[in-house]
Ligand binder design. Structure first.
Ligand code: SF4
Length: 159
């Protein structure tokens, strides 16, 4: 005979619901840290304009301190010289944190197939969302942002 432990069941229900609520709150309060190095920056800025209105996703307020940010937007070509700086910024961010690779240069190195360029930032830090394009259109960026929100909602929340 198997006895049901009702206390454990109700506790499981409770933590699942709290996880859902925290996930929902986090996905609509994204504080992004823009790490911008190259031409993709122009397109990144255009997403903040009223045409695209990134504020409706709760992500319109960038922070320029890694300790106050939870999403690192890496925008532009990353050279081996600047790679340690990017890694340090990532390490300074507190958990939970996510990383978006913005543009083909950050995703794979793009057409900078040379000794000076990092061939994809996932070789130095973990990446959650890749947004391809040279540069990506604002619609692609919003699509990537919605995918990130989904990921945040479904990630196990540290409460
Ligand atoms: S992906 Fe294209 S637009 Fe973006 S930084 Fe690289 S070369 Fe520039």
């Amino acid at each position: 005979m198997i006895e049901k432990n009702t206390d454990t069941l109700s506790m499981g229900f409770f933590t699942t619901k709290v996880n859902d609520i925290v996930g929902w709150a986090r996905k609509y309060s994204i504080f992004q840290y823009p790490f911008i190095t190259a031409c993709c920056g122009m397109e990144y800025m255009s997403v903040a304009c009223s045409h695209y209105d990134i504020d409706r996703f709760g992500a319109g307020f960038p922070r320029f301190s890694p300790r106050q940010s939870d999403v690192l937007f890496v925008v532009g070509t990353i050279s081996h010289k600047i790679a340690p700086v990017l890694k340090r910024i990532y390490e300074q961010m507190t958990e939970p944190k996510w990383v978006v690779a913005f543009g083909v240069c950050t995703c794979t190195g793009g057409f900078y197939d040379n000794y000076a360029t990092v061939q994809g930032i996932d070789t130095i830090i973990p990446v959650d969302i890749y947004i391809p394009g040279c540069p990506p259109r604002p619609e692609n960026v919003l699509d990537g942002l919605m995918k990130l929100q989904e990921k945040i909602q479904h990630s196990k929340q540290a409460i």
